[in-house]
Design a protein around this ligand. Sequence first.
Ligand SMILES: Cc1ncc(COP(=O)(O)O)c(C=O)c1O
Length: 479
Amino acid sequence: MSKKDQVPLYEALTAWKAQKPLSYHVPGHKNGTVFSSYKRADHLYKDLLKIDATELPGLDDLHHAEGPIKEAEQLTAELYGSIETHFLVGGSTTGNLAMLMAVCSEGDVVLVQKNCHKSVLNGLRLAKAQPVFLTPFIDEASQVATGVSVDLIERALSRYSNIKAVVLTNPNYYGMTMDLRPMINYAHQHGVAVLVDEAHGAHFISERFFPESALKQGADVVVQSAHKTLPAMTMGAYLHLGNVEYKSAINDYLQVFQSSSPSYPIMASLDLARHYLSSLTEQQLGHILEEIRQFKKQLSEVPGINVIGDVSRAYHQLDPLKITVQLAGASGYELAKKLENEGIFVELSDPLNVLLVCPMAINEEIYIRTIQAFKKIALHRNEDNFHEFLYELNHEDMTFPAYSFEKLETMKTKRVKLTEATGMIAARGLIPYPPGIPVVLPGERIPMEKVKRLESILLSGGHIQGIHDEMIEIAIEEE
Ligand SMILES: Cc1ncc(COP(=O)(O)O)c(C=O)c1O
C-alpha cells in the first residue's frame, strides 16, 4: 500500500471498535450504549459514538502524539509540504490564536490585513500586540474586500521599524486570492514573519487546478479549516509549520488552546479528508472543476443573474470552488431567502451577493436542480426594486484603532443606539456574520459612514454580531 493510501488514525479507531470493547472510562455515552432516545437520537448518533473514543491504549494522545495521530499528521505534512502539521479540533480559530501567541509578544507591532476574521483580532488581543491594519482592495463588481498589495506592505515596513509579523488572510471568504510570494519574500528580507489565515484554502494542493498555497509560497505558519472545503467534520482544521523557529512555541500554545479531550471523530475525519484529497487523480479533479465551470456558465446565462468573474483588478486568482452570484433587483440576503424556499442553502449572503461553495466531487444532479431554482427565481425578479447599498470607502491605507486592546479592557462601557454612535469608541467589534469580518474594530472611533453601512446591512436582512436590539456597547472616554 502506498503511503498516501494509509489512513492510520481511522484504522486504529476501527480496529479498536472491532474488539467490541467494554467501557469503564469517559465519555459517559460508553461507546454509544447510553444515550437519549428522544426522537430516536440514539439511532442517529449510534455509529459515530462507537468511534467517539478517548486516549486509550493504541489511540495516541493529540498533546503528545507518537502513534497513529502522529502518523496521520505526518502524512498530512507530506501532502502539503510543511515541516510539521497539527490537527486542530477547534477550527482555524484555535490555529489562529496559537499562531499569533507563538510568534508575537507584548508590544510587538504587527501588520494585519484589515478584513481578517475575528479570531485574528482575538489572537492579537491575547498576545498584547500592537496591530497596524492594512486596507485591502475592494473588488468593484462584488464590493468585497480582497487582499493587500505588496506595495502597501513595503510602505508599512519602511514606516515602522519594529515589526514582528505580517498577518494575511488568503483567500478571502469568496475565494479571491492575492499573489503572496512577493509579499512574503519582501517581509522575509526584512526579518519579518508571515502568518497566513488560509481557512478557506485547505484544498490548495495543486497549482494546475487551484491557487498556490501560502505554505508553498514561503509563509512561516499557515492555518486551514479543513472542514470548510474538504470532506472533514466541522471544527476539523490543520496548522502547517513552514519555519522551524516557531515549532516549540506552536506546540506549547496548541496545548493551551486545544481541549485535553479532543474529538476522535473530528481527528479521524482530518485523516480521512487528507486521504480523500490525496487520492483524487488529476483526471478526477479536472472533471470536478469542469462540471463547476459548466454550472457557472449556465448560471451566468440566466437572465437577471450575475456571476462574479474570474478576472478583477482587486485579486490575482479566483478559487474555482467558490461562486459569487447576484440577482438583479434583490439584495444577497433576499436571494438567499428565495433559494432557501427552493431548499437550497448557501454559504453566506451579503448586501449584494450570495456565495456558493461547490463540492470537491462530481455532482451533476445538484447543479441541474440549482439552475432550475435560479431560473424560477430570476423569472419573478423585480429589477425596479431599488437597493441602496453603501459601499465600503477606504480613505487610509494603514489604520490603528483609537484605543489599544489593553486600554479598552480598562475602560468603562455603556450601551447606546447604533444610530447615535457616530464618533464614539466601539467596545466590541461590529461583525456581520457570516463572514465574521469586522466592519468596526474594537477600540475604533466609529465614523458616520460605518454607522450607515451597518444600518444598511441590518435593513437588507443581515445579522451583525455586537448589535442587539439596534444597541451597541461603547467605551467611555475620559474627559
Ligand atoms: C478567514 C477565516 N478565518 C478563520 C475562520 C475561523 O475558522 P473556524 O470556523 O474553522 O474556526 C473563519 C471562519 O469563517 C474565516 O472565514
